[in-house]
Design a protein around this ligand. Structure first.
Ligand SMILES: *Cc1c(COP(=O)(O)O)cnc(C)c1O
Length: 433
């Protein structure tokens, strides 16, 4: 089968990431894909089995591979922690979808974060956006510090980045959109400043998936995903991946992937690869559904505010138009409901399609109350300073019918807010049950 991506011939000279002035040299870019996203999603890394012609790659469970003589394996594999056929196929597909030259898979999104942070020398400094994923915040504050890496947080990184940079700053960590307030960061702006100081930029792209946003195209050096979410998309695999262009990062992170050993199983790689073949269909549908739900919420008198970068009124709309495919908003949104925390909790109990659960990015719609669930570990004042109020509800829109999702959200709001008014001794103005 002809390759879907034209590979550039490898340079005999290993490109160094930084020059003598400490500035980042742009690593060689990924070859421009010869096919569009949907075609790559279905075919990249999906090679028919050469021995049987099976169109779907078989699951290769073997942990070890025979050698014909000492140190001479039959094929390219020796031991499956180091590499195995199913992981290779998945990594090849992700590299194609993220416009990267390389991708490395890990046993979870968290293990991906940990491995990247482990690549920094003791004494390094990291700048991160404030409203990162809870587990990332936990790793930064409770684990990275123990091996001598200090992380400082900024609620407005585009404004603060220059002043926060220290001589020992090695990495800037961005989540765009952020969780759960869906604020966006202009990746190019931050990367330009970072690269003048020889600092690498990592973007956690979990909330959008490579279908909606490709951070490497906007200047990021590494893009990471919790594959658990949109890429696998069926809420049945925990896994992570990092993609990048530089040979130096490839060498360093491949060494750590093997040395730390936080690797996914062949079966998880096989499942996640199957999942990503429909990523474009699912991400498109989820984005259409989230837009419909966001517009309905925006028009509701019982909603205080809606956070969704797909809405024209969103302060982040210009960045979405610049960074996201067709300005799509993605499948995630959050909103503040009238009636405080109690109304937010009631809302999640009254939905009939949205399931009350943590996580996101699956085919089924989910709802949750961040202040009591995903973000409960963050002290209230810190939480509220980043917009995570007690009355905030986060929705992950799946691929169900959009009219049904809108109806479900509106009836749940009605029931939770009216319920609150009765509890407070005030007649429900809407008069519905
Ligand atoms: C879920 C998530 C992670 C962590 O991924 P796991 O696969 O659960 O370890 C990291 N970042 C974001 C934005 C996430 O949503």
């Amino acid at each position: 089968m002809a390759p879907l991506v034209e590979h550039v011939s490898p340079s005999p000279l290993r490109r160094q990431l930084t020059n003598e002035d400490g500035c980042i040299q742009t690593p060689p870019r990924a070859p421009s894909p010869v096919h569009n996203f949907g075609t790559l999603a279905v075919h990249a890394g999906a090679h028919p089995d050469p021995s049987t012609g099976a169109v779907i790659a078989p699951l290769s469970l073997s942990t070890t591979f025979a050698q014909t003589s000492v140190g001479k394996p039959v094929g390219q594999y020796e031991y499956s922690r180091s590499s195995n056929p199913n992981r290779d196929n998945f990594e090849e597909a992700i590299a194609a979808l993220e416009h990267a030259r390389f991708a490395l898979a890990f046993s979870s999104g968290s293990a991906t974060t940990a491995t990247i942070l482990q690549s920094l020398a003791s004494g390094s400094h990291v700048i991160s956006v404030s409203d990162v994923y809870g587990g990332t915040h936990r790793y930064f504050t409770k684990v990275a510090l123990a091996h001598g890496v200090k992380v400082t947080f900024s609620p407005s990184i585009e404004l603060d980045v220059e002043s926060m940079i220290r001589p020992e700053t090695k990495l800037i960590w961005i989540e765009s959109p952020s969780n759960p307030t869906l604020s966006l960061v202009d990746i190019r702006n931050v990367a330009t400043v970072a690269h003048q100081h020889g600092i690498l930029v990592v973007v956690d792209n979990t909330f959008l998936s490579p279908y909606v946003q490709n951070p490497l195209d906007h200047g990021a050096d590494i893009v990471v995903h919790s594959v658990t979410k949109y890429i696998n998309g069926h809420s049945d695999v925990v896994m992570g991946v990092a993609a990048f262009n530089s040979d130096e990062l490839k060498e360093r992170l491949t060494f750590l992937q093997n040395a730390i050993g936080a690797v996914p199983s062949p079966f998880d790689c096989w499942l996640a690869h199957r999942g990503l073949k429909t990523l474009h269909l699912r991400a498109r549908e989820a984005s259409i559904n989230a837009t419909a739900v966001a517009k309905a919420l925006e028009a509701s008198p019982n909603v205080i505010a809606v956070n969704y970068p797909g809405l024209d009124k969103s302060p982040y709309r210009p960045i979405a138009l610049k960074q996201h495919r067709n300005g799509m908003g993605g499948g995630m949104l959050s909103f503040r409901v009238k009636g405080g925390h109690e109304a937010a909790e009631k809302f999640c109990q009254h939905t009939k399609i949205f399931v009350l659960a943590e996580s996101l990015g699956g085919v089924e719609s989910l709802c949750e109350v961040p202040s009591a669930m995903t973000h409960a570990g963050i002290p209230r004042d810190q939480r509220e300073s980043i917009g995570v109020f007690d009355d905030l509800v986060r929705l992950s829109c799946g691929v169900e019918d959009s009219a049904d999702l809108v109806k479900d959200v509106l009836q749940a709001i009605e029931r939770s807010v009216v319920g609150m008014k009765i509890t407070n001794g005030v007649e429900g103005v809407n008069g519905t049950t």
